[in-house]
Design a protein around this ligand. Structure first.
Ligand SMILES: [Fe+2]
Length: 201
């Protein structure tokens, strides 16, 4: 296994890391930064090298709630990471957020539906009961990138075929608190996010 702070071998992924690092170096933050990262992520999702590598990735989400992510890279200076998920067909995740970190979720293969929710009771983020309202849903096809801002509550629903997504996160899972929500009871559960499976890219 390679040192995960070394740039990926895959040329398109190494170029992407260079582009993301250059954006961090400009001092941009928040929505401005992550909108730019989304722009440079689009060609990576189209890359044939990435697409053929993805065909050999193992399933990371067999059944909710046992969610895992592949981990390809952790930036030694800016802390962002490259992950992936490989979902079984028709899998519906629980309702969750990604804590106070930005996430870009780009579909490589398959189709998914993203459901969006909002917490409306104004309570302590780490405690329930929470009042959760559904805001809407949108479909995702290969090449689409879903931007998940800090605290955005959502749920991923895999389509009738396996779906594979490439993910850029602001920080490595396990280093910050995330939340699961139960719609019916308002229960809020804190967790440290998906388990990580180191993998070379
Ligand atoms: Fe998510």
């Amino acid at each position: 296994m390679r040192d995960l702070t070394e740039k990926p071998n895959l040329p398109a992924a190494a170029l992407f890391v260079d582009c993301v690092r250059a954006l961090f170096k400009t001092g941009l933050e928040g929505e401005l930064l992550w909108t730019k990262i989304k722009e440079v992520m689009a060609p990576l999702l189209e890359d044939q090298g990435l697409r053929s590598a993805a065909n050999s990735w193992p399933a990371t989400v067999e059944a909710a709630p046992s969610v895992k992510n592949l981990l390809f890279y952790e930036d030694p200076d800016f802390g962002f990471v490259l992950n992936a998920t490989v979902r079984k067909p028709n899998l519906l995740t629980n309702i969750h957020d990604h804590g106070d970190k930005w996430t870009l979720y780009g579909l490589i293969t398959g189709n998914e539906i993203m459901h969006r929710y909002k917490r409306t009771d104004g309570g302590d983020p780490d405690r329930g009961p929470a009042v959760i309202k559904q805001l809407g849903s949108h479909k995702m096809a290969p090449g689409d990138i879903d931007v998940v801002p800090p605290g955005a509550i959502h749920q991923e629903q895999a389509g009738p075929a396996q779906s594979i997504a490439f993910i850029v996160r602001e920080a490595k899972g396990g280093t910050f608190t995330q939340h699961h929500f139960k719609l019916e009871t308002g229960e809020v559960t804190c967790n440290t996010g998906p388990g990580l499976i180191p993998r070379s890219l």
